[in-house]
Design a protein around this ligand. Structure first.
Ligand SMILES: Cc1ncc(COP(=O)(O)O)c(C=O)c1O
Length: 397
């Protein structure tokens, strides 16, 4: 009998990957599709990183690596935390995995029991909910609107905590909103968390280097809770290395040990060649990230400027990552030909089918009133895409 497990049946398909797939299909049929659904930099991996990978092959780094990662990569990561974030970790607190996505599921599987609650401020990154459910936890969504720049306040956090709360997860800079938590905002959250010793914080920093506003702030800087913070990071976004699949955690030792145990049964560690390439990327510092970030900032400004020409859209000012997440609820209830727009997924499908621009409905991010699009593409494509989106929206009555 062809029947997948109940666990898998309960799992939603990644909406961003589904939209990317749909746009690929239309492209294959010969349509000129502009894909703004994908979450990856439109840059190539830096040359010195590619060289390091070639050298790793020639030097025969082709055997099983240590399960939690090569010592030399863990050292590079420890040094990065010291140099860039002023945080001190021991090498045995670091575990390298096959991408930040993998790091996150490893942590949830290591700390959650059935029914444990995980607080997730919405808008959230698509995979958090499914990962919590897969780990038998219960997601507790805290809705954060555009008026608070889509961020969770200390008061909201406090009132979401119950005696079953085991963890909190958020990303800063955020996918999908580009919002950043300031030092003061993180401190306010830390003051709440320090009163609840059972709570683990998963702080997803994958967009750390794509920050338009200056210093990156991490909640692990507050000593009162540092031993309960798991920092999630990786090379995918900042170093244009999405395909290399390397992410990592810096965590309390007991969590690092648990994740290593898990990984020992599942993957035997991350790809040896990609680890050596990541070591070169991290040791080179963040200069290549800065060049890329300057380009993203220009594109962000361009997008915000062009979006002003579309009536009915409301957006925050993203301070990091490469997404805008405008509110589009003023188009709900409108229609064009057989298209009837009830929610943002309907809108995303309508824009894709009529004007061939792929975006992602906010439902998947816990904010059905918004639409996400990535501006990690060329200026020309962005200008064309926004004018197509405007044409589609103007047709709705
Ligand atoms: C917020 C967030 N966390 C984690 C990831 C996963 O990163 P990786 O490609 O390293 O698995 C992504 C990728 O889209 C993301 O947006």
């Amino acid at each position: 009998m062809e029947k997948v497990s109940d666990r898998l049946q309960r799992m939603a398909v990644s909406a961003t990957l589904a939209m990317t797939q749909k746009s690929r299909e239309l492209t294959a049929q010969g349509f000129d599709v502009i894909n703004l659904s994908i979450g990856e930099p439109d840059f190539d991996t830096p040359a010195q990183v590619k060289e390091a990978a070639k050298k790793a092959i020639d030097d025969n780094f082709t055997h099983y690596p240590p399960v939690p990662g090569f010592d030399s990569l863990k050292e590079a990561i420890v040094n990065k935390f010291k140099r860039e974030n002023g945080l001190t970790y021991e090498k045995n607190q670091v575990v390298v995995s096959a991408g930040a996505k993998h790091s996150i599921i490893n942590v949830f599987l290591s700390i959650l029991n059935e029914g444990d609650e995980v607080i997730i401020p919405a808008p959230y990154w698509v995979s958090y909910i499914e990962m919590v459910k897969l780990s038998e936890g219960t997601p507790v969504v805290v809705k954060c609107g555009i008026e608070s720049d889509f961020k969770m306040t200390a008061e909201q956090l406090e009132s979401a905590i119950t005696d079953k709360t085991r963890a909190i997860i958020y990303s800063s800079p955020s996918n999908p909103t580009g919002s950043l938590y300031s030092k003061q905002e993180l401190e306010n959250l830390a003051r709440v968390i320090e009163k609840h010793p059972n709570i683990i914080v998963l702080s997803d920093e994958i967009y750390e280097h794509i920050n338009f506003s200056g210093k990156h702030e991490i909640i692990a800087q507050f000593d009162s809770i540092k031993d309960r913070v798991v920092v999630i990071n990786g090379v995918s976004k900042g170093y244009a290395m999405t395909g290399w699949r390397i992410g990592y955690i810096a965590a309390p030792l007991w969590i690092a040990k648990a994740v290593t145990k898990l990984q020992g049964q599942f993957t035997s560690g991350a790809c040896s060649i990609a680890q050596k390439a990541s070591e070169a990327a991290i040791n080179a510092g963040s200069d290549s990230c800065k060049e890329m970030t300057a380009v993203f900032k220009k594109l962000r400004d361009l997008v915000l400027e062009h979006l002003k020409g579309i009536n009915g859209l409301k957006t925050n000012i993203p301070l990091g990552a490469f997404y805008v997440f405008p509110e589009v609820s003023s188009f709900f209830g409108k229609s064009y030909e057989h298209y009837k727009i009830e929610n943002s997924s309907d809108l995303a499908l309508y824009i894709l089918e009529t004007e061939k621009v792929a975006t992602v409905g906010g439902d998947a991010f816990g904010s059905p009133e918004c639409l996400r699009f990535s501006y990690a593409t060329s200026e020309d494509k962005l200008i064309e895409a926004i004018s197509r989106i405007k044409r589609a929206l103007d047709k709705l009555t």
